[in-house]
Design a protein around this ligand. Structure first.
Ligand SMILES: Cc1cc2nc3c(=O)[nH]c(=O)nc-3n(C[C@H](O)[C@H](O)[C@H](O)COP(=O)(O)O)c2cc1C
Length: 160
């Protein structure tokens, strides 16, 4: 739906599927605090460059046993290198976290997960950010849901 709504309003979408990419875990060495760059030479470097040239970062993950997926956690840990003043996230004006789950009560049950991820997004200093959990919706109902459309409209308005 994002790849339809955004282009309809004149925004291109760069989808990065992180599953299976070479993104290694944060070593916690804190070198990036001094240099602004991670000591690890993997696919995260190129991804951060792509994010830097975007207006908005949207993090999407299914809920697996109450949390975001393992690859998404590894990915967000590695965004630490952008928290420093030396290498901030250039053009990014807004960010969003979208989580999906099977449980229709998921928006309530996994609220702590969303809050934790939004706390991390806060460190990116991108201006506006917000998040949502979509529970119990199949890909078909998501596509036609007025609530999802409203949410996306709100997101798009953050960068217009
Ligand atoms: C390993 C695994 C763990 C999951 N854990 C949860 C969970 O804790 N709560 C939940 O509501 N859904 C859980 N799910 C369901 C996924 O969140 C759901 O399939 C995903 O959001 C995609 O939705 P869809 O299958 O309707 O496309 C799990 C799925 C998998 C594969």
């Amino acid at each position: 739906m994002i790849s339809e709504e955004f282009p309809e309003r004149g925004h291109s979408v760069d989808v990065i599927s992180i599953h299976g990419l070479d993104i290694r875990g944060c070593k916690g060495c804190m070198s990036c605090r001094k240099t602004g760059e991670c000591v690890q030479d993997d696919e995260m470097k190129g991804i951060i460059e792509r994010i830097r040239h975007s207006d908005m970062l949207i993090l999407m993950s299914p809920i697996y046993f109450g949390a975001e997926t393992g690859p998404m956690k590894t990915f967000t840990d590695r965004l630490t290198s952008t928290f420093t003043e030396k290498m901030p996230l250039g053009d990014v004006k807004a960010a969003s976290v979208l989580l999906t789950c099977a449980d229709p009560e998921g928006y309530r049950k996994y609220d702590a997960t969303l809050k934790r991820m939004l706390d991390m997004v806060g460190y990116l200093k991108v201006g506006e950010y917000r998040g949502r959990i979509m529970g119990g919706e199949s890909p078909d109902t998501v596509r036609t849901s007025p609530k999802v459309r409203d949410y996306l409209d709100g997101l798009i308005s953050l960068i217009e």
